[in-house]
Structures are given as structure tokens and as C-alpha cells.
Design a protein around this ligand. Structure first.
Ligand code: GDP
Length: 240
């Protein structure tokens, strides 16, 4: 599936967030996990910069996504700052409370968090902290195992088994930005979460063609991502 994408805003403060008008998909993971590559692979363009790009790395970067032939954008991707290998505790305690924590807990349109882990390395303490944080937030999340092309089939199955044992609430989805493996499945899950979110938000929506949504998010709890109805109504009113 080809989509059109556009950089929307770079936020280092709550006041910089774009208006919450569209279902939003957040991407989280350690620096170098392949987050920019996943986003770029999904949209088929060099939209997200790599973690070495100065200036944008400590911000949440928002991108709008539009289907070809449709006049309006229908989704927002939010690229959250990558965190360090051993420093997440410090980063969570010092930086996350400022705007990342409020973003995850309060962003009214957040439909799904995509937590990225590297399939090539054993589960890291910082990954565990991220998944614990997401679980505690009550947000639906999807676990994506990146760089799957670097492993043989046997190694990949073993890595996925390890991840499933480590994070029993999640079913890890293998992904390779290099080969495109997992791309269609990830898009399906994104569309499913956004559709569920839009349905709960607006009581039904024509944003997404249900025929294109082939799978359900079993056991992932993406539907939990939604807000209470009062908040939704306020968002719709603001948007209108
Ligand atoms: P970020 O810091 O999380 O945004 O990570 P990047 O997307 O910049 O990727 C970090 C490094 O991993 C780069 O050298 C990428 O080329 C490499 N990489 C990312 N995704 C893949 C993948 O699917 N397969 C392989 N083999 N390498 C990847």
C-alpha cells in the first residue's frame, strides 16, 4: 500500500502538539532499534530522520498520513525520542515527565503504541521498562521485533519465543525494513487500531475501508487505547 506522508510538527513541549483530530500511532524504542527505518519503510519515503540527526532527536515528531486519492489526512504517526541503552531510568525520570509521559497518558487521539525491540539482541532492561510503562499506562501496544532479516529462520523463531516469554501480554511481530517482511501485517494492525479508535470516538467512521482490514489484534488490547467518551466528545467538538 502506498501512502502520502508529510512532516507536521516537532514538539518539545505539550503546547507544540498538533490538534488532536486524527487517530494517532506512536512509535517508541531505544536509539538505533530501527525506529526511523520502520517508519520510512511503512510510508515508502525518508520521512523520519535517523537518530543521529541533531535537533529532532529529543522531540516528538508528528507526521500526517494520507491515502492517495483522498483529500484529507487520515492518520498521524508520532515518532517519540529514542532512549539510550542504559540510561532509560534517568531519561524517564528527567525527561519523560515533561512531555512524553503526559503524551502517553493524556493524548486523546492516541490509538496504538508501537514498541520496537531489536530481534537480534536479548531482551534489554530498558525494553522491559518501556513495556512496563506502557502496560501501566493502560494503552494498547504492539511489540515489533526489528531487523529480522539479520537472523536465520531458526534464530528468528527462537528470538520470538524468547520475547513472547519475556512479555507474555504481547505477541511480537517480526519486521525488516530491509526486506519489507512484516510490513503488510504492521499496516493491517495500524489500520485496525485506528479504525477501532475512530469507531469509538465518532460512533462509526468512513476513514478506513473495512475490507482492507484483514486481521484482528488478538490479545494485544489495542482497543484499550481509547479515551473515555466525554474526552472524545470534547475532541470532536474542538475539531468541528
Ligand atoms: P533509530 O535510531 O531507531 O531511528 O534507528 P535507524 O532506523 O536509524 O536504524 C539504526 C541502524 O540499524 C541503521 O544502521 C540501519 O541501517 C539499521 N537497520 C534499521 N532497520 C534495519 C533492518 O530492518 N535490517 C537491517 N539489516 N538493518 C536495519
Amino acid at each position: 500500500m502506498r501512502v502520502l506522508s508529510r512532516f507536521l510538527a516537532s514538539a518539545t513541549d505539550l503546547s507544540h502538539f498538533p490538534a488532536p483530530t486524527l487517530p494517532e500511532i506512536a512509535f517508541l524504542g531505544r536509539s538505533n532499534v530501527g525506529k526511523s527505518s520502520v517508519i520510512n519503510s511503512l510510508v515508502g519515503a525518508k520521512l523520519a530522520r535517523t537518530s543521529s540527526t541533531p535537533g529532532r532527536t529529543r522531540a516528538i515528531n508528528f507526521f500526517e498520513i494520507r491515502w492517495p486519492g483522498k483529500p484529507q489526512p487520515e492518520l498521524i504517526f508520532a515518532d517519540l525520542p529514542g532512549y539510550g541503552y542504559a540510561k532509560i531510568s534517568r531519561e524517564i525520570s528527567q525527561e519523560w515527565p515533561k512531555f512524553i509521559d503526559p503524551y502517553i497518558h493524556q493524548r486523546s487521539t492516541l490509538a496504538l503504541c508501537i514498541a520496537l525491540v531489536d530481534a537480534n539482541i536479548p531482551p534489554q532492561q530498558s525494553d522491559r521498562q518501556l513495556l512496563d510503562f506502557l502496560s501501566a499506562s493502560g494503552r494498547g501496544f504492539l511489540l515489533v521485533a526489528t531487523k529480522s532479516d539479520r537472523l536465520s529462520n531458526n534464530q528468528l523463531h527462537a528470538a520470538l519465543r524468547t520475547l513472547a516469554q519475556e512479555y507474555p501480554a504481547a505477541r511480537p511481530l517480526p519486521f525488516s525494513a530491509k526486506t519489507g517482511a512484516g510490513r503488510d501485517e504492521l499496516w493491517k494492525q495500524i489500520r485496525q487500531a485506528a479504525q477501532t479508535d475512530a469507531d469509538q470516538w465518532m460512533g462509526g467512521s468512513e476513514l478506513f475501508d473495512p475490507k482492507l482490514v484483514g486481521t484482528t489484534i488478538e490479545g494485544l488490547g489495542a482497543g484499550q487505547a481509547s479515551l473515555n467518551q466525554v474526552e472524545r466528545t470534547q475532541v470532536v467538538q474542538r475539531a468541528g
